[in-house]
Design a protein around this ligand. Structure first.
Ligand SMILES: NC(=O)c1ccc[n+]([C@@H]2O[C@H](COP(=O)([O-])OP(=O)(O)OC[C@H]3O[C@@H](n4cnc5c(N)ncnc54)[C@H](OP(=O)(O)O)[C@@H]3O)[C@@H](O)[C@H]2O)c1
Length: 257
């Protein structure tokens, strides 16, 4: 069965590059009637729209992930331009807060949590109130394997992604049966955000994944489109690891115990 989203209108936050841009491209390829892409910087999001082509089906908007006003205005703009708002992909994410929790800069933590943790709730509320509570819809949040288990260096980020995991389940409970809410939890993917985790060490990092490589943005984008589509019509509240097997197929220790 081919995964299709024919006639649907989607909003993808943080779509000026990386997983968000790849998701917008996959949605267009799967037949979306309209895709609204957002990011903070006008030049970035305009260039992404140009790369995607299809000006009839793509709208670029400057919108901050942590802004209620921007979320509400983007939903209204999607409906005005394309007539509906059927799919939300809460993809925008940031990580200015590297360091141990004992001494990580608290301003950076606040920013990380505002964008990564509060953001998905704001955009889900905007879609729910502006369209989905009356017409149905599907929301996919981008969490992380770091939200499923602890790890070094990026604890504040990991906490924000654990919140995305539970926000997904809570919203899936509250928005059922009309709106499905799911999440993907990627491991290391070849994007700007994760550059420090793979650049120059790609082979070693790839080797820690049972499938033998780091992820590409399209690996995650295809899973997002599946969860957003009617092919997943009886799936809600699920966190799907898209991680080359690190969650489900890796040995507990290097000795296999
Ligand atoms: N790459 C990985 O290894 C990995 C692993 C697990 C989870 N993730 C998650 O995947 C999602 C996408 O990240 P990515 O890896 O594709 O990173 P990326 O290539 O750096 O893309 C991040 C996107 O978010 C936008 N953005 C950043 N802050 C924003 C804000 N405050 N408001 C609106 N847009 C904002 C950026 O655009 P502008 O700069 O133009 O605003 C950009 O389009 C994030 O939620 C990330 O946490 C990534």
């Amino acid at each position: 069965m081919e995964v299709r989203v024919d006639g649907k209108v989607a909003i993808v936050t943080g779509a000026s590059r990386g997983i968000g841009e790849a998701t917008a491209a996959e949605l267009l390829g799967a037949g979306a009637a309209g895709v609204v892409i957002t990011s903070r910087r006008e030049a970035n999001i305009t260039e992404a729209a140009e790369r995607l082509g299809q000006p009839d089906r793509v709208m670029a908007r400057v919108a901050r992930a942590d802004s209620v006003e921007d979320a509400d205005a983007t939903v209204a703009a999607a409906i005005e331009r394309f007539g509906s708002c059927d799919i939300l992909v809460n993809n925008a994410g940031t990580n200015p807060s590297a360091g141990s929790l004992a001494d990580v800069d608290l301003g950076a933590v606040e920013k990380t949590w505002a964008v990564n943790q509060l953001g998905p709730l704001l955009w889900a509320r905007a879609c729910w109130g502006g369209y989905m509570s009356r017409h149905g819809g599907s929301i996919v949040n981008v969490a992380s394997v770091g939200g499923l288990r602890p790890g070094p260096f990026i604890g504040a980020y990991n906490i924000s992604k654990a919140a995305v995991v539970h926000t997904t389940r809570q919203l899936a409970h509250e928005f059922a049966p009309g709106v499905r809410v799911n999440a993907v939890a990627p491991s290391v993917v070849r994007t700007h955000l994760a550059r420090a985790l793979w650049e120059g060490i790609e082979e070693q990092v790839g080797a820690t994944h049972p499938l033998g490589r780091i992820g590409e943005p399209e690996d995650v984008a295809r899973a997002i489109v599946f969860l957003a589509s009617d092919a997943a019509s009886w799936i809600t509240g699920v966190i799907l690891p898209v991680d080359g097997g690190v969650t489900g197929a890796a040995a507990a220790t290097s000795l296999g115990a």
